[in-house]
Design a protein around this ligand. Structure first.
Ligand SMILES: Nc1ncnc2c1ncn2[C@@H]1O[C@H](COP(=O)(O)OP(=O)(O)OP(=O)(O)O)[C@@H](O)[C@H]1O
Ligand SMILES: [Mg+2]
Length: 236
């Protein structure tokens, strides 16, 4: 389980992006992180991914402070698929996938390639193995980025706005696809897309102005949001 306790984060220009945030991400659920633009969703994910260091509070993974974990161990257990961290454009999908296992797990190129092909087969996208990122669709690129993340068999994968490049049909497909993977991997998904959140997540948090103003089942959260994003939640 990932536990965030009383975390505050302030950017160097003084912006208070997280204000005393506490949340628990249990492994039984896919979590949706919702909230208006600028509410602190990406900042929270970056803190959990250890790309940002909160000035206050603590984040633990299975009881262990994430800041005390060795880098390789940490990166193996929490994977990140952020929009800005896309596939390397000069490498095929397969090469994108074998890079980390070869470098951090010490697999041979041949072993890693076998595993990557198996993974793509399992994820039902074997046909894109030898394509370069520019030669696949937005939905395939998104799946390929997740496939790459899965190569290290992390306990969690954090996703930031994974559906922003997808149309409604592809989004629904993608939701089912993530749900199948959930058996082995836990997902925390930042999204603006309430429909997608309802399709994929069972629990969620709603953020506003650096605070979590609502946490619970995804249905509860999204029905509040649908009624009125600011008033109903502020009074909650
Ligand atoms: N590098 C930065 N330096 C200073 N302020 C930042 C930085 N990145 C984000 N912020 C500010 O921190 C706050 C939270 O931003 P964050 O990116 O976490 O929001 P978000 O909920 O992910 O928004 P969006 O839905 O638009 O992606 C905002 O006020 C934003 O302007
Ligand atoms: Mg964001």
């Amino acid at each position: 389980m990932i536990e965030v306790r009383n975390v505050s984060f302030r950017y160097s220009d003084g912006t208070e992006a997280l204000r005393n945030v506490s949340a628990q991400f249990e492994t039984e659920h896919i979590f949706g992180v919702l909230g208006q633009s600028g509410s602190g969703k990406t900042t929270l994910l970056n803190c959990i991914a250890r790309f940002l260091r909160p000035q206050q509070g603590r984040i633990t993974l299975d009881g262990q402070d994430i800041l005390s974990m060795p880098e390789t161990d940490f990166r193996r257990r929490i994977g990140v698929v952020f929009q800005r961290l896309h596939l390397f454009p000069h490498l095929s999908v397969l090469k994108n996938m074998t890079l980390a296992p070869v470098q951090t797990l010490g697999l041979s190129e041949a072993e890693a390639t076998d595993q990557a092909r198996e993974m793509l087969e399992r994820l039902r996208i074997p046909e894109i193995a030898d394509n370069y990122p520019a030669q696949v669709s937005g939905g395939q690129a998104q799946r390929a980025a997740i496939a790459r993340g899965l190569m290290l068999q992390p306990a969690y994968i954090l996703l930031d706005e994974p559906t922003s490049a997808l149309d409604a049909n592809t989004t629904e497909d993608f939701a089912h696809w993530l749900d199948e993977l959930h058996e082995n991997t836990n997902f925390i998904i930042v999204t603006h897309d309430v429909l997608f959140a309802r399709q994929v997540a069972s629990r969620g948090i709603y953020m506003e102005n650096g605070r979590i103003v609502c946490a619970g089942s995804i249905d509860e959260i999204t029905s509040d949001v649908a009624v009125s994003p600011s008033t109903s939640l502020e009074n909650a």
